[in-house]
Design a protein. Structure first.
Length: 365
């Protein structure tokens, strides 16, 4: 599906360390590789225990997980919206992503210099927010001018567009992000072509010290309070621990390491799963002797849309889908057993795919 999450943050907050950890994420799927597309882009598998279970049950020739692209965005300095430093590149790279992973430094360490001289995750967040808001204001202002001209010429839709754009303009001028603007879903179409930076869904990652890895700390609580109105998820990760986990070779070594420090799974696994949720994605499976495979779709997609992820011809010529819910497949052990138990359903074009469905499509082109 080619979906991307961009990792952003000020220098020395742990952003690149986290990206490097993600590039070596092996916790749930030791045989699922990471591959570098460009120096700062990685394709990362989405950890899914269900895929491992299906592999055990079906014993296929190969297993193909679903993936997300993670982009390590160039560093940001104050004035990026005006092109300072790598500002233009930074902002252009964010515009190309579907969601933002915002890393905030939430640990004290005199050996790691902070770019602004002290640890303050709220200030750090606001620096990046302000730069993105300035850039969004620039985009909104340009479109207001264009829509206003068309509106004066009698274009009714442009008049409505101007009204909606003014809501965003006033919201951004208050130092608020576009994602929280009081605009209906229908009216958001007026800004869709702008790809506003602060309209993108965001996941805040608090990089903490090892002692705070399980429960967080005062800095994390500050972040949670600051983003309470954004409907955003806050995740606690210790980049230093993740770096140690990435060096371990076997699943057993990683499990033992995690157990020793009181964690159930690596933070990078939680991050990848959170990013998947952030993009409103879900998974369905195809399973056979040759291949067990996870496919990424959006929540709410119908059976033909899900089929189209495999091949556009599947969607165009869709006839029906044979569907088994994951829990039923695990309970009964095979497709034939599910069929005999009445747990294999034949669904049409209106069927909304459920997370974890095992599907087989019938089509005619």
């Amino acid at each position: 599906m080619g979906l991307q999450c961009g990792i952003v943050g000020l220098p020395n907050v742990g952003k690149s360390t986290l990206f490097n950890c993600l590039s070596n994420a092996k916790a749930q799927a030791a045989n699922f590789p990471f591959c570098t597309i460009e120096p700062n882009v990685g394709t990362i598998t989405v950890p899914d225990e269900r895929l491992n279970k299906l592999e055990q049950m079906v014993n296929p020739q190969r297993v193909v997980p679903t993936t997300i692209e993670i982009v390590d965005i160039a560093g940001l300095v104050k004035g990026a919206s005006k092109g300072e430093g790598l500002g233009n590149k930074f902002l252009a790279n964010i515009r190309d992503t579907d969601a933002i992973i915002h890393v905030l430094r939430c640990f004290d360490d005199p050996n790691v210099v902070h770019v602004d001289g002290s640890v303050n995750p709220i200030r750090d967040k606001e620096i990046i927010d302000i730069e993105l808001q300035f850039k969004d204001l620039e985009s909104v202002d340009k479109k207001i001018q264009k829509a206003d001209k068309l509106g004066r010429a009698g274009d009714k839709d442009s008049k409505k567009a101007t009204e909606v754009l003014m809501v965003y303009k006033e919201h951004l001028e208050k130092g608020l992000n576009a994602r929280t603007a009081p605009v209906s879903e229908e009216d958001k179409r007026h800004i869709a072509d702008l790809f506003l930076l602060t309209a993108k869904p965001v996941l805040y990652v608090c990089n903490v010290d090892e002692a705070s890895a399980k429960s967080g700390n005062a800095y994390v609580e500050q972040v949670k309070q600051a983003v309470a109105d954004e409907n955003a998820e806050v995740l606690i990760i210790t980049a230093a621990i993740e770096a140690d986990i990435a060096l371990l070779e076997t699943f057993e070594e990683r499990e033992m390491f995690l157990s020793d420090i009181g964690l159930e799974e690596p933070g990078v696994n939680k991050l990848i799963k959170s990013a998947y949720r952030l993009l409103s994605l879900q998974t369905y499976f195809t399973a056979g002797e040759k291949e067990v495979r996870a496919w990424t779709i959006h929540k709410g997609d119908t059976a033909p849309q899900a089929a189209g992820v495999i091949h556009t011809d599947f969607e165009k010529g869709f006839i029906r889908a044979e569907v088994i819910h994951y829990n039923d497949f695990v309970q009964y052990g095979s497709e034939s057993a599910c069929r005999d138990a009445g747990k294999l359903a034949v669904e049409g074009k209106e069927y909304v795919v459920q997370d974890g469905d095992l599907m087989h499509f019938r089509f005619n082109v």
